[in-house]
Design a protein around this ligand. Sequence first.
Ligand SMILES: [Zn+2]
Length: 138
Amino acid sequence: MLLIDCPHCGPRNEVEFHYGGEAHVPYPEDPASLSDREWAHYLFYRANTKGVLAERWQHAAGCRKWFNALRDTRTYRFERTYPMGAPRPAPPEEPPLPADAADPDLFAAAATTEGRTDGSLADDSAADALPGNEDHHA
Ligand SMILES: [Zn+2]
């Protein structure tokens, strides 16, 4: 069971809540002056974040009040909730990579020809290393 911390009622079961979309999307000051493209952008374009996203939620089966939440879209974990009208809190620090995670510098070095002294593979690319791409120079 997932508990969501309603800022007004405290932790409650997730079945009591309804999702309300991305938070902090301001309503246009003069919607009549917008082009169709700008209006469509306001209505439909969202960040689609992979990570911590500010969202609107309603405690529909409780106090029925709306509030905002920071939720990690990768893990579904609610980082924190806060009342409507409050500024978005800073996102939590990203946890450090585990000690056994690959060193990102290794990938950077492998994708270039730096460090090669004989120049034998100077014109290859990362695409050459992929299966099925061996013959693309033929
Ligand atoms: Zn509530």
